[in-house]
Design a protein around this ligand. Structure first.
Ligand SMILES: CC(C)(COP(=O)(O)OP(=O)(O)OC[C@H]1O[C@@H](n2cnc3c(N)ncnc32)[C@H](O)[C@@H]1OP(=O)(O)O)[C@@H](O)C(=O)NCCC(=O)NCCS
Length: 130
């Protein structure tokens, strides 16, 4: 049977949120108020995406995929599908190559706007094309 990726608004299992809260890159974003899309693979909850609409752009607050499912192309597929018909913005840490890779493959371009997230040096990435 074909493996199935499903992304939809639903409650996020607390075990997933806990793992995200423990991860340096998503700390503070797991339990915020932004509505989250659950990412399932073969009916197993493996992560979440939290986008919000801001003045014509969808801004990604966080994306998280549990470790065993990383580096298989799933994060790229989730972001590409969500942004296939949307303009977007994301603040991405200079250290987070995986995140830079998935957003770059989804049409985002790094801008020169530097934003500090605590001690993390980040840049604003933008997708202007639909
Ligand atoms: C960021 C994240 C969502 C990516 O999801 P994913 O399913 O692993 O992404 P993909 O497999 O589609 O792509 C990851 C890419 O990064 C690359 N990559 C991962 N770690 C890397 C590293 N340390 N150095 C260089 N490249 C790296 C992978 O090789 C892959 O590129 P490729 O497809 O060209 O080979 C996932 O790593 C994650 O949840 N990380 C923890 C939370 C986080 O950092 N969220 C983003 C900030 S909110």
């Amino acid at each position: 049977m074909k493996n199935k990726l499903k992304v939809y608004y639903n409650n996020i299992p607390d075990e997933l949120l806990k793992q995200a809260e423990e991860h340096r890159e998503t700390q503070g974003y797991a339990y915020n108020k932004i509505e989250k899309l659950l990412i399932e693979f073969d009916n197993i909850p493996i992560g979440f995406l939290s986008p919000r609409l801001e003045k014509g752009y969808w801004r990604v607050s966080a994306i998280f995929i549990i470790e065993p499912y990383r580096n298989c192309g799933l994060g790229t597929k989730v972001v590409q599908d969500f942004f296939s018909d949307k303009k977007g913005k994301a603040v991405i840490s200079e250290k987070n190559i995986a995140s830079q890779t998935i957003f770059s493959k989804s049409g985002f371009i790094k801008s020169d706007r530097k934003i500090m997230d605590g001690n993390l040096e980040c840049y604003l990435w933008v997708k202007n094309e639909l």
